[in-house]
Design a protein around this ligand. Structure first.
Ligand SMILES: [Zn+2]
Length: 309
């Protein structure tokens, strides 16, 4: 079983790397914050990746036997919102029929996609010592996809898959065998209807709307999606769960200082049983707001070993 923890770049530390390694995790993933500041957070990560200090941390993780990945709400970085003045027609149309640069862009616009794919290739090459699995997600919001005439017949999930398919084909031009995640999350939890996954695109199941204190198998499809249908559609290869068991940013209401974190071991154990029974061989959890500031307030957090539960 592959087990990975998602950590904010500014919380990555030698302590976190030794903790993940000693608990038996197989990898870490760096996750800049999402929401409206996602593009700036990704730029900040890229700046960090140019520094020796940060690269030493990545080297330490790799030398400790951990894989390193990068999980990014990348759309706002790949298609900069500053282009709105020059090319408003390449941005998304909202429910009122108005072009807006608030989230994402129009994935049916060839000019926008051309720039996005060129930037995605450059971005993939900048992710220091990354695995060949790439997570260049759409923006982090609801009702954030395009409703222009060209996109109107496409569900948010269709649009999300169009982007993942195009990203995968492009990144493979510079990194052979690269794979790209389709993030099933919020408005993209439904199975796509009009678009099929391309070679190399895999399911990343992130049930954000679940009740975090009730086993996921007991939850309504309106909250947790239809996981069996999603797996049937995308297939098992590289299929991955991204859950929230250790997401202390969620449990802290995304407001620092972090709150004290207590894992819900019974729910985690039940969920792991469920995910394993479905055939998942890769599970991960956000583990944000558990950095040095957390340790200063509360001491070492209780982090369950997903591989042993
Ligand atoms: Zn559109």
């Amino acid at each position: 079983m592959r087990t990975t923890l998602l950590i904010h770049p500014d919380e990555l530390s030698e302590r976190w790397i030794r903790r993940a390694s000693s608990l038996g995790y197989t990898g870490i993933a760096l996750h800049p914050v999402g929401g409206p500041a996602a593009a700036d957070a990704l730029k900040d990560l890229l700046s960090k990746l140019e520094t020796d200090d940060f690269r030493h941390l990545i080297d330490l993780a790799r030398d400790s036997g951990l894989t390193v990945e990068y999980e990014l709400h990348a759309a706002g970085f790949l298609y900069p919102r500053e282009l709105f003045g020059q090319k408003p027609e390449s941005f998304r149309m909202n429910a009122e029929g108005v072009r807006t640069s608030d989230w994402n862009f129009c994935f049916s616009d060839p000019g926008a996609m051309d720039l996005v794919l060129r930037r995605a290739k450059e971005l993939a090459k900048k992710l220091y010592r990354s695995e060949k699995r790439f997570y260049f997600w759409a923006d982090d919001a609801r009702d954030c996809f395009c409703r222009c005439p060209a996109c109107a017949g496409l569900t948010p999930s269709d649009q999300n898959l169009m982007l993942a398919n195009a990203l995968c084909a492009s990144i493979r031009e510079v990194i052979p065998d690269a794979c790209v995640a389709y993030l099933a999350y919020a408005d993209t939890m439904e199975t796509p209807k009009s678009v099929r996954p391309a070679e190399g695109v895999f399911l990343e199941y992130a049930p954000f709307d679940r009740d975090m204190h009730k086993p996921v198998r007991e939850q309504q499809k309106s909250k947790a999606g239809d996981i069996r249908e999603l797996l049937g559609f995308f297939g098992m290869e590289n299929a991955k769960v991204l859950d929230y068991w250790m997401d202390n940013s969620y449990f802290s209401g995304w407001q620092k200082p972090p709150k004290k974190y207590t894992p819900d071991i019974e729910v985690i154990r039940s969920d792991l049983d469920f995910y394993r029974s479905l055939g998942f061989r890769s599970v991960s959890s956000f583990a944000c707001y558990l950095g040095e500031d957390y340790v200063s307030l509360y001491g070492e957090p209780e982090i369950p070993d997903l591989g042993a539960l």
